[in-house]
Each structure stands twice: as structure tokens, then as C-alpha cells.
Design a protein around this ligand. Structure first.
Ligand SMILES: [Zn+2]
Ligand SMILES: [Zn+2]
Length: 193
């Protein structure tokens, strides 16, 4: 073995130096593999994973820089956290729906009135008697159309419009004009003979 590293001629020291360099090379390769696998678990964009891997080819420094700037959590952890947040939101919404909108006393789905403040929560269906929400236009149990139901049906029906004060006055003025034989200025109806 005549490979002299760092100009060392002593064969014993030379062996130690060779092993040291070999160890560094193995560590470097391991860091490249580690960077690639770690980046794949943390970064969804394949281009960025490739960038991190290429950077780790720069011995040791590349991996050190990657370890500083990498995303703080694994993709699957982030996904799990999102699911947990969604589940928690759903639970909160269900809890809210099951409280009285007036006093927030806990009520059950089929309560007709709040036991605490006695506010009406649901009406009994006139056909099947099941509790139905007053906003519903139809009983979901027996398909009976509910009279006051639906946001649209709640609005008052368009009624026969009563003439306003001004229209009535103009009509009277038109009547007077026609009595005098003057053509009325307004479009008010001519009095019937
Ligand atoms: Zn209440
Ligand atoms: Zn019904």
C-alpha cells in the first residue's frame, strides 16, 4: 500500500488517515440519502426535493443548510393536523346546532320548545306530528308541504296595491277638469258616465 495521504509516509498513520477519509465519504453519501428521504417526507414539490438533494452533494454544508431551511413538519403530520382541525370544527358546529339559539341551553334535536327559556324551537308537523323546523318548506318525514315554510314563502304575498295619496289626489283633479270640459293633464281614469 503506497497511497500517501496528507504526505504521511508512516504506514500505520497512513492507514488511520485512509480510514478517516473513507468514513467521511461514507458519512457524506449517507447524508445525501438522508436529505433525499427527509425532503420527500417534508416537501410535496418534487422539484424542491431534487434541489435539496443536489444541495446535499456539497459535502456536509449542503445537508446542514437543508436542515436549517427545511419545513418544520412532515407532510403526513400536517395532513393529520388538518383533519383534526376539521373534525373539531364539525364538533363545535354540532354542539352549536344543539343549543337553544336564544339562551344557548343544551337542547335535543326533537325538542319543540327550549326547556329553559321556553322559546319555540320546532313546530309539530300537522300530518305526522314529528318536530319540523319553522324554516322548512316541507316536512322531511311525510313530505307534507308546510304553510309558513321556506325563506321565499315567508315573505308577504304581493297584494293588490292600494292607490297612494298622490294618485288619489290626481284622480280627483282629473275628475274636476273633465267636469269643466278641460282635458285632464294626468293619466287618471276618466269617470264613467
Ligand atoms: Zn332557550
Ligand atoms: Zn310530517
Amino acid at each position: 500500500m503506497s497511497l500517501a495521504i496528507f504526505g504521511i509516509t508512516n504506514s500505520g498513520l497512513n492507514l488511520v488517515a485512509t480510514l478517516f477519509v473513507l468514513m467521511l465519504v461514507v458519512l457524506w453519501l449517507a447524508l445525501i440519502v438522508y436529505t433525499y428521504l427527509d425532503a420527500r417526507r417534508r416537501i410535496s414539490d418534487p422539484f424542491l426535493v431534487a434541489c435539496a438533494t443536489v444541495a446535499s452533494f456539497f459535502p456536509f454544508i449542503g445537508t446542514a443548510v437543508y436542515a436549517i431551511v427545511r419545513p418544520p413538519e412532515f407532510l403526513e403530520d400536517a395532513h393529520e393536523r388538518e383533519l383534526e382541525i376539521k373534525a373539531a370544527e364539525l364538533r363545535v358546529r354540532q354542539l352549536k346546532e344543539l343549543t337553544c339559539p336564544n339562551c344557548e341551553y343544551p337542547v335535543e334535536k326533537n325538542f319543540l320548545r327550549c326547556p329553559n327559556c321556553q322559546r319555540r324551537l320546532k313546530d309539530p308537523c300537522p300530518t305526522c306530528g314529528k318536530p319540523v323546523d319553522p324554516r322548512w318548506g316541507l316536512c322531511p318525514y311525510c313530505e307534507t308541504a308546510l304553510g309558513g315554510g321556506g325563506e321565499r314563502a315567508r315573505r308577504p304575498q304581493k297584494q293588490e296595491r292600494r292607490p297612494t295619496f298622490r294618485e288619489r289626489r290626481e284622480e280627483r283633479a282629473g275628475t274636476r277638469c273633465s267636469e269643466r270640459g278641460v282635458k285632464p293633464r294626468t293619466r287618471a281614469k276618466e269617470p264613467q258616465p
